[in-house]
Design a protein around this ligand. Structure first.
Ligand code: GLA
Length: 403
C-alpha cells in the first residue's frame, strides 16, 4: 500500500516536471519539413533519410530548420495483437526507431503524425482510446514532435481530446512539441496555449496566391485567403504558443516572387516555418528563398509578436511586426500583377501598434532601412522611400533606430 502510494507520488512529480519542461519548448516558431503537401501518403524511409541529408548538405539545418515530420500514411492499416501502432512494413521495413535515430544522428529532430479520432484522415488507425499507449510508444521511439489531427472525431470535445493527448505525452516522460491540427473549427487559439505549442487555424493550404477550393464541408485555401481569414488572431500568439498557418507551399508551383511573399508573410505572422516541398529536387531560387537567414530572423525574433496590417489598398498592403531592440520588420506587398512604383512617407501614417503600444518613435532622428531579401542598406526613413516592386512581390525591410 505504502509502496504504491510512493509510486503514485513519483509519477505525479514526473508529470509535473514534464509539464514544466513543455512550457519551455517552441519559444520561437518551430521550423522544419513535413511530407504531406508534396508526398501525401506516398512516403518511405529513403525519403526521410534523403530529406535529412538535404537539411545538412543544403544548409537548411544551419538556417534553423530542425524538425522532419512524417505526416499521414506511415502506419499499417491495423494495430498489432497488443494494440500497438505498427509502421507500414513496406514503406518502413526498418521501423520508425531506426529512421528517428538516423535523423537524430544528423543533429535534427523527428516528428510524427496521428489523429484524435478513430481513424486518421487517410484511414489509418487513430489514437482515440489508445492515447497513453501511443504516447509511450512515441517516447520509446524518440519522437520530438507530434502533429495531432482531427478527422473521424464524431462529436468529441476538442479541448478535452487534446488535453488527453497532452497529458499522455507528459506521462510518457519525453519532451515533445505538440502540434494541434484541428483546423480552427473549435477556436483552438482560445485554449491551445494550455494544451500544446501550435495550432492550425484553417483547413488545408493549397499552392496558390488567392484561390479557394471547396471540398464539400471544407475548403483548401491559398496563402492570401488563409491570411485574410485569420489575421485577427495575433493576440493569441507568443513564445511557446503559435497560430499555425499550415505547412508552406514554397517551391510547389507559385512563382518565385509569390514564394518570397509567402515566406515573408509566414515569417511576419510568426507561423511555424514548415517546408512542404521536395528538398531533393527544388530549384536554386527556391533554396535561396527558404534559407534566407534575414527573413527567417524576422520569424524567429525573441519577442514573438505577430504582425498586423498597417495600411491596405487594392494594389498594396503594408504589414508591420515589432522586433526586439526597438527594430521593426515592414513588408510592402505588391498585390497586383503589374510592377508598382512605391513612394512612401514614413511619417504620414505613423506606425503605431495598438496591441503592444509600440510605435515608430519620433525621438529617433530616423531609422535605417535594410532590405532583407536583397541584403543591403537602402537609406533612412527621414526621406520618402522610393522603390519599384515587381508584381506579386515584396519589399521586406528591417528598420533599426538611429540612436
Ligand atoms: C488533414 C490535415 C493535413 C494532413 C492530412 C493527412 O487534412 O489538415 O495537414 O495532415 O489531414 O491526412
Amino acid at each position: 500500500m505504502r509502496k504504491s502510494f510512493l509510486l503514485l507520488i513519483m509519477i505525479a512529480f514526473s508529470i509535473c516536471a514534464n509539464a514544466q519542461k513543455a512550457k519551455k519548448m517552441a519559444l520561437t516558431p518551430p521550423m522544419g519539413w513535413n511530407s504531406w503537401n508534396t508526398f501525401g501518403t506516398d512516403i518511405n524511409e529513403q525519403l526521410v533519410m534523403q530529406t535529412a541529408d538535404a537539411f545538412v548538405e543544403l544548409g537548411l539545418k544551419d538556417a534553423g530548420y530542425e524538425y522532419i515530420v512524417l505526416d499521414d500514411g506511415w502506419m499499417a492499416k491495423e494495430r498489432d495483437e497488443n494494440n500497438n501502432l505498427v509502421p507500414d512494413p513496406k514503406k518502413f521495413p526498418g521501423g520508425i526507431k531506426s529512421i528517428v535515430d538516423y535523423v537524430h544522428s544528423k543533429g535534427l529532430k523527428f516528428g510524427l503524425y496521428e489523429c484524435a479520432g478513430n481513424q486518421t484522415c487517410a484511414g489509418y488507425p487513430g489514437s482515440r482510446g489508445f492515447e497513453y499507449q501511443d504516447a509511450k510508444l512515441y517516447a520509446e521511439w524518440g519522437i520530438d514532435f507530434l502533429k495531432y489531427d482531427w478527422c473521424n472525431t464524431e462529436n468529441i470535445n476538442a479541448k478535452g481530446a487534446y488535453q488527453t493527448m497532452r497529458d499522455a505525452l507528459y506521462a510518457a516522460g519525453r519532451p515533445i512539441v505538440f502540434s494541434i491540427c484541428e483546423w480552427g473549427d473549435n477556436e483552438p487559439w482560445k485554449w491551445g496555449e494550455e494544451m500544446g505549442h501550435l495550432w492550425r487555424v484553417t483547413g488545408d493550404i493549397t499552392n496558390c496566391w488567392d484561390c479557394e477550393v471547396g471540398h464539400g464541408n471544407w475548403s483548401s485555401r491559398g496563402i492570401w485567403p488563409i491570411i485574410n481569414l485569420r489575421k485577427d488572431l495575433r493576440k493569441y500568439a507568443g513564445p511557446g504558443h503559435w497560430n499555425d498557418l499550415d505547412m508552406m507551399e514554397v517551391g510547389n508551383g507559385m512563382t518565385d516572387s509569390e514564394d518570397r511573399v509567402h515566406l515573408a508573410m509566414w515569417s511576419l505572422l510568426t507561423s511555424p516555418l514548415i517546408l512542404g516541398n521536395d528538398l531533393r529536387t527544388m530549384s536554386g531560387e527556391t533554396l535561396k528563398t527558404i534559407e534566407n537567414k534575414n527573413v527567417i530572423a524576422v520569424n524567429q525574433d525573441v519577442l514573438g509578436i505577430q504582425a498586423y496590417c498597417h495600411l491596405k489598398s487594392p494594389d498594396l498592403e503594408i504589414w508591420v511586426k515589432p522586433l526586439a531592440n526597438e527594430e521593426w520588420a515592414v513588408a510592402f506587398v505588391n498585390m497586383s500583377k503589374e510592377e508598382l512604383q512605391l513612394s512612401y512617407d514614413w511619417w504620414k501614417h505613423p506606425i503605431n501598434d495598438q496591441l503592444t503600444h509600440k510605435q515608430l518613435e519620433k525621438k529617433y532622428k530616423s531609422y535605417s532601412m535594410y532590405d532583407l531579401y536583397a541584403s543591403k542598406n537602402i537609406g533612412l526613413t527621414n526621406k520618402n522611400l522610393e522603390s519599384k516592386i515587381k508584381g506579386h512581390d515584396v519589399l521586406l525591410l528591417k528598420l533599426s533606430p538611429q540612436k
